[in-house]
Design a protein around this ligand. Structure first.
Ligand SMILES: [Zn+2]
Ligand SMILES: [Zn+2]
Length: 385
């Protein structure tokens, strides 16, 4: 149940659907950013900065009372997916879809910004409304930091939310400490020596060696990492060879590594390399390992998170503030939360079967009542010192 008296449901839905029809991929959110800047321009904010981290937008609102500088963040990008949702608001851009709910995030933060601008006198401190590009793998958050998003004014703390189809609408999920996983990627090339499929003794088979590697890789999680420290190694792409009777020269494996603990995360490339080095010795193959650091784990600050809990209890009721398990996806808000105390919470968006598809599924959709919840939370957090 929402305790705020004025929830602009129609606007929330209208803006969300407008953005849903016109999704844009990561780092090319030009129309979305222009729309956001235009909407913010109507609110009488103290400053609007555009082109931050390429297409990011920042709006600053100085409140009527002293207090901290609080950044409220929404991400703007969509995904390269052909939408299969049969709704009148479905994507008008073939092959591009808001399949993660970021259209809702933008709608929520714009509506909250409007209410907060109207109630400026009540706001303790300064608010920075942060509309971020490129969350889906492009680290747009880091680009915004590099472009000064956490300075002028110096941001003291951050809040962010994500709509979530794994949680019932009306509820929010919170968690202290690490909430979302890190996400790093690797490309491994195993180099053998090509030859005739009938005479493997004259070749060095990279496919057999790579197959051992795939299974040995799993022993990092099962035999080297403490069971309490969740981690995932996945080989997402395994390519080699051309036809049935040729042993190829090389095999290429690409995959992702997820974990929650910073020291476990830091140890992963060495562990992988040790295994592939040993494999090279055992099976006569050579290798190239390219390990790419991507998103750190998203870690919530306890004190800042307590503010989310308190606001959630006041706005939604205690029963609807759920202590949530870790979520294995990754989030680039983790970069800002490495630099400032931050709290990231999830907002239930599941209202039935039609809104229970996983994020990034072509049938993903939200129960739009979740927009009210997100709006009420962001507005209340903005009003709270
Ligand atoms: Zn996503
Ligand atoms: Zn997302």
């Amino acid at each position: 149940m929402l305790a705020l008296d004025r929830v602009p449901t129609d606007d929330l839905v209208r803006v969300r659907r407008h953005l849903h029809r016109r999704p844009e991929l990561s780092m090319v959110e030009h129309e979305t950013a222009a729309f956001v800047a235009d909407e913010l321009g109507k609110l009488g904010l103290d400053e609007i900065r555009t082109g931050i981290g390429k297409t990011g937008v920042l709006g600053t609102l100085v409140g009527g009372k002293p207090g901290p500088v609080t950044l409220l963040r929404a991400d703007m990008d969509a995904l390269p997916i052909v939408e299969l949702v049969e709704a009148e608001y479905r994507s008008e851009r073939s092959g591009v879809m808001h399949a993660c709910g970021h259209d809702g995030h933008v709608s929520i933060l714009l509506a909250a910004a409007r209410t907060l601008a109207e109630r400026r006198a009540e706001i303790p401190g300064t608010l920075v409304f942060c509309f971020q590009p490129g969350e889906e793998g492009s680290a747009g958050n880091r680009f915004m930091i590099e472009d000064g998003a956490l300075e002028n004014p110096h941001v003291d703390r951050t809040f962010a939310l994500h709509l979530y189809s794994g949680l019932d609408v009306g509820k929010i999920g919170v968690r202290d400490g690490a909430f979302f996983a890190s996400a790093d990627e690797y490309t491994l090339t195993i180099k053998g020596k090509g030859g005739h499929g009938a005479m493997p003794q004259l070749a060095v088979d990279p496919i057999v060696a790579s197959s051992y590697f795939v299974t040995m890789l799993q022993t990092i999680v099962s035999r080297e990492i403490a069971a309490k420290d969740a981690a995932v190694f996945t080989v997402g792409k395994f390519s080699a060879g051309t036809t049935f009777n040729v042993i190829p020269d090389e095999a290429t494996l690409m995959g992702t590594v997820r974990c929650f603990d910073a020291s476990v995360r830091a140890s992963m490339p060495e562990r992988m390399e040790r295994i592939v080095r040993g494999l090279g010795e055992a099976m006569r193959v050579d290798y190239d390992l390219d390990y790419h650091w991507s998103y750190p784990p998203t870690v919530n600050d306890r004190e800042t998170n307590e503010v989310v809990r308190e606001v959630g209890r006041a706005v939604l009721g205690a029963d609807d503030v759920v202590e949530h398990d870790i979520v294995m996806w990754a989030e680039d808000m983790s970069f800002m939360q490495e630099q400032r105390p931050g709290a990231y919470f999830i907002v239930g968006a599941r209202g039935g079967d039609a809104t229970a598809f996983p994020h990034h599924n072509a049938r993903f959709d939200i129960d739009e009542r979740a927009l009210d919840v997100g709006y009420a939370m962001m507005t209340a957090l903005g009003l709270r010192g």
